[in-house]
Design a protein around this ligand. Structure first.
Ligand code: ZN
Ligand code: ZN
Length: 244
């Protein structure tokens, strides 16, 4: 089966995301773009993923729970899971490695936890845009142990992107994510560190018009295991990035 994916979507829980990014809007906009697989990846929190999963029930859209973690090195990585149970266990780990900083809504932005209709439930009081003290290597090991998948986010971006921050690509990843501002060919020329690691592209969706839907997976089911096989080209699974 063919999945048009955007695996990097923020909600109103991320202080930098638009207030329109509530579950029903995310579902409608994704469907409008022909996307049938998304991952909810708020900064250092999985709290709104369940609401989007519920909002997508009965629609032709699969929603994976995830998180965009900020590691100790100040690198952003997408942590993707199959179930809310896995993502809750990951959240518990992250909470143990998170600084006790309070959000400043006026300067940083509001962080809303909402229900599936988008109605306000509560504010997240912790400031969600800080670094955990988990290293990249620790984070990958722990996410993998929970059955999840780590893909470094926007590796070409100066702020929190793997290559500008570290200068190298540690041999830890099944794939790397490009921002929407560079093509895979340009990226491999500009950053020879990528080598032959598979590249995907997502919208890093902060507003409804940011959906990209450029990564196409050919696989049997929308699961982390199948995505991993598609990235490796195993068992007749595959993926591609659509040229724009
Ligand atoms: Zn990021
Ligand atoms: Zn992001």
């Amino acid at each position: 089966m063919r999945y048009r994916a955007d695996l990097h979507v923020h909600t109103v829980l991320s202080p930098c995301a638009g207030v329109e990014m509530i579950p029903p809007v995310i579902v409608e906009k994704a469907l409008e773009c022909g996307i049938n697989l998304i991952a909810i990846t708020d900064h250092n929190s999985v709290e709104n993923a369940g609401a989007v999963i519920q909002a997508a029930r009965g629609r032709n859209l699969m929603v994976l729970p995830g998180m965009e973690l900020q590691t100790r090195e100040e690198v952003h990585i997408l942590c993707l899971f199959d179930t809310l149970e896995q993502s809750a266990l990951w959240q518990a780990t992250v909470n143990q490695h998170y600084p006790p900083l309070e959000n400043d809504p006026e300067h940083i932005g509001e962080q809303y936890i909402v229900d599936p209709t988008g109605d306000f439930l509560r504010h997240e009081k912790r400031m969600l845009i800080a670094s955990t003290d988990l290293t990249l290597e620790e984070a990958v090991a722990r996410v993998n142990a929970l059955g999840g998948l780590v893909i470094p986010a926007h590796i070409d971006r100066r702020a929190y992107g793997l290559i500008p921050v570290l200068g190298l690509v540690p041999p830890l990843f099944d794939a790397l994510e490009l921002s929407a501002h560079i093509t895979p060919i340009e990226a491999r020329i500009r950053y020879p560190q990528i080598g032959d690691i598979p590249l995907i592209q997502n919208g890093d969706v902060h507003h409804p018009d940011d959906f990209l839907g450029a990564t196409i997976f050919e696989m049997e089911a929308p699961t982390v295991r199948e995505i991993r096989q598609a990235l490796k080209g195993e068992n007749r699974r595959s993926f591609s990035i659509e040229a724009r």
